[in-house]
Design a protein around this ligand. Structure first.
Ligand SMILES: [Zn+2]
Length: 338
């Protein structure tokens, strides 16, 4: 068989659509009204148009993005009112040199002037390992204090999927990586030190697979809220736990979770790639879907994740999709309505 064999070519399976879903046929939504996507990496105007075709189709309205500072004005003038901007450093060059930290401080000032009030600290184990930076690092503390003085609220990526931790894994302790559990004390120190600000924990606070500790953190820090973003990770971790337990967790914390996709725009992505994330989230939160996820997942057993829908009540969905973001992100962080 060659790669030109028409029978294999026609069976080529895209990682975003293992099941041949027609993503242009949008399943009926359980709630009316637009959804706020609180976590994306939208940048670059032309790439963003393709992404927005999928976002529009799936009822997504306002979108919060971690675009580079250089893209803010162009995105704002091309798509008036559609995007809010989360302040980020130049992640690609991130390191602990004075040059980088000073640039980070300048970017905080510039983002603030452009209206940003939420600053993101990406402190996943890989980032810590590569840059030598943590939330406790004195230079990062300098950035945090500067952000606080300016008036920013905080967003953090702490932790990563549990499947990535352990001997032989991406975060192998023999390579100097700390364990999953050891990721979170630095977050709790930050939460403790700045109770006067809202703190958004990306990807269910990095703890979708550790709901007991996530609950403890939510109970202890009332200024902490979390986003639902990272499709594969969230879907996998829901399906691997007792469903009623996860559902009870979401319902119990229904005022503390905002919807997010974590979609990243890119040259190689098409409508179906973007739509797949929104489709899967819709099935996860709104329906009692039982089956495989259409998105390939190398971290799931056998490379295929189950998708188990939580069929949340309408009033919980309304909070997750919209009113929590209005309260936390618009009223509290931006100090205006949306
Ligand atoms: Zn993200």
């Amino acid at each position: 068989m060659t790669e030109h064999d028409p029978t294999t070519a026609s069976k080529a399976v895209e990682p975003y659509n293992r099941l041949g879903i027609h993503y242009h046929q949008i399943p009926r939504r359980k709630i009316a009204g637009k959804i706020i996507d609180a976590h994306t990496h939208v940048h670059h105007v032309e790439l963003t148009r393709k992404f927005l075709a999928a976002a529009d189709a799936y009822g997504i309205g306002a979108i919060w993005t971690m675009a580079p500072l250089e893209d803010v004005d162009a995105l704002r003038s091309s798509f008036p009112g559609r995007f809010e901007f989360i302040a980020i450093p130049q992640w690609r060059n991130m390191n602990s040199t004075a040059e980088f930290i000073n640039d980070w401080l300048h970017r905080l000032d510039a983002f603030f002037e452009k209206g940003s009030r939420l600053v993101k600290f990406h402190m996943a184990p890989g980032t810590q390992h590569r840059t030598g930076l943590t939330l406790d690092h004195p230079e990062v503390r300098r950035v945090i204090r500067h952000a606080h003085q300016l008036g920013y609220h905080f967003m953090t990526h702490v932790g990563d999927p549990q499947a990535w931790f352990g001997p032989g894994k991406k975060y192998d302790p023999r390579d100097g990586y700390k364990s999953f559990e050891e990721q979170f004390p630095m977050l709790e120190r930050l939460l403790e030190e700045f109770p006067d600000r809202a703190h958004l924990g990306a990807h269910m606070g990095g703890s979708m697979e550790d709901l007991d500790n996530l609950q403890r953190r939510l109970d202890r820090f009332e200024h902490y809220f979390i986003d639902s973003s990272a499709t594969k990770w969230i879907v996998r971790s829901v399906a691997l736990q007792p469903l009623e337990q996860v559902r009870a967790f979401i319902i119990h914390n229904q005022d503390r979770i905002v919807f997010g996709s974590d979609l990243v725009v890119g040259e190689k992505h098409n409508f179906d790639h973007y739509a797949s994330r929104y489709w899967v989230h819709q099935k996860l939160w709104e329906t009692d879907y039982r089956g495989e996820s259409p998105i390939a997942d190398p971290d799931a057993p056998g490379g295929v994740s189950k998708l188990a829908g939580l069929d949340l009540p309408v009033e919980v969905l309304e909070k997750l999709y919209c009113s929590n973001a209005r309260r936390w992100l618009y009223e509290r962080v931006l100090e205006r309505s949306c």
